[in-house]
Design a protein around this ligand. Sequence first.
Ligand code: SAH
Length: 358
Amino acid sequence: MDKLFSIIDSLSAGRTLNFEQFEYLVSHRSDEGARLLRTHAAAVRDSIYGKDVFVRGLIEFTNICRNDCYYCGIRKSNPNLQRYRLSEAQIMYCVRSGYDLGFRTFVLQGGEDGHYTDAQLCDIVRQIKTEYPDCAVTLSLGERSYESYAALREAGADRYLLRHETATKAHYEKLHPPEMSFEHRMQCLSDLRELGYAVGAGFMVGSPYQTPADLARDFLFLQEFRPDMVGIGPFIPHTDTPFKDMPAGTLEDTLYYLSIIRLLLPEVLLPATTALGTIHPLGREMGIQHGANVIMPNLSPTDVRKMYMLYDGKICVDDDATDCEKCLDLRLEKIGHRIVTDRGDKRTATEGGASYDL
Ligand code: SAH
């Protein structure tokens, strides 16, 4: 049998792949192979989650950041950006309006902004969990100390998103300035896991200098670490960054990798990201059709959305939360899926039935 198809077969059967097989999968994609992978990935997702799509209300509460990641629009060296931070009252306003729209998970995401102390952040988490005990709180605040992660967990945070960005140290160093370290990023992920968070890792597709070998190591890392959530989206250049002239990641690559990740980690919570919706008007729908099962609409106040520009052309910056909710409802309905009002915790294969038919 053709080598590509035998690797796809192994992956679909739940067998572990090695570096060479992942690299082959990445560098020898064929249309037929991609179609088969997608069919398997959608079937596996359906067997566990059906047509349910979980939504997370994303609250981008600060664009102030101490880091200088070469790819990111809110890096500290970007002078052409108006900076903002939301107050506790503004954050709670977003949560309340999100709850009324049916959101049961709130994601607090921001730059690494030293202004917010652990005590303040814990307060915000506690307030959300007290007012809405039926909701999950996800944090995406970058790298922090073990003690800080522990305090936030203690305050009630359920999940944490921290993309590893790349599992290759040399590649990591091409994307980040010398003061950031690959080892520390990985340490943070293992600290979060140890503290009992549901943990999200991930990477950008087509980030500058990324090779098939780097991607193979990303998949090996995911296979071994087994995160509960995986966030991937195309790299999109931002005009005010050192990578402004680098090419964006592609739709085809992103969709292919979404299918690979669904098969690698059948139960994983896998978003069709805003970046995917930015490079193609139907990117998120296609993401769902390739195995994703999560969407993260923006709940941030409309007046600050334009300021949380990680990359050029970000979508939905002129809408408000109600518009986003309605628009997504409709988009998903068109492809035979539905948004569910649910915390959207990871389901296990046995709850939905582990087997699937093509
Ligand atoms: N400070 C937090 C949140 C970062 S923004 C943290 O460190 O986790 C969330 C994600 O956006 C990043 O992890 C990165 O993978 C992605 N991102 C940043 N710049 C991007 C770009 N130019 N194109 C696509 N994705 C980008």
